[in-house]
Design a protein around this ligand. Sequence first.
Ligand code: DGP
Length: 114
Amino acid sequence: MQDCIFCKIINKQIPSNIVYEDEKIISFYDVNPMADIHVLIVPKVHVESINELNESTLESVKYAFSKIPEIAESLGIKDSGYRTIINTGKDAGQTVKHLHIHILGGSKLPEKLV
Ligand code: DGP
């Protein structure tokens, strides 16, 4: 997608601090961290949000989820714990219209989400 910032990161048109990458997903540090450690895991296939998933694109999200423990371990937060968030749409504050998983951790997180 031409105007998608995460597609640009995937295509290396804009830089990011990559923590993991393979042919299906990329993971990089969030530019606006909300926790001591805050990375995003982004399926490379462009899907706007959970609402647009179909059987085929769901596979890439399943794959992204399967990689979470490995990425968490590489960040040193697998055993201490972490929060995973997917924002969908306006009320959730989704700002980038390319489905992504937030991984937050590195210290005790607030119990309340709102
Ligand atoms: P969301 O609200 O779920 O759409 O989160 C989008 C996140 O993406 C937000 O926490 C900030 C992050 N972000 C936006 N643009 C960039 C960028 O150019 N680089 C990086 N590393 N993160 C970005």
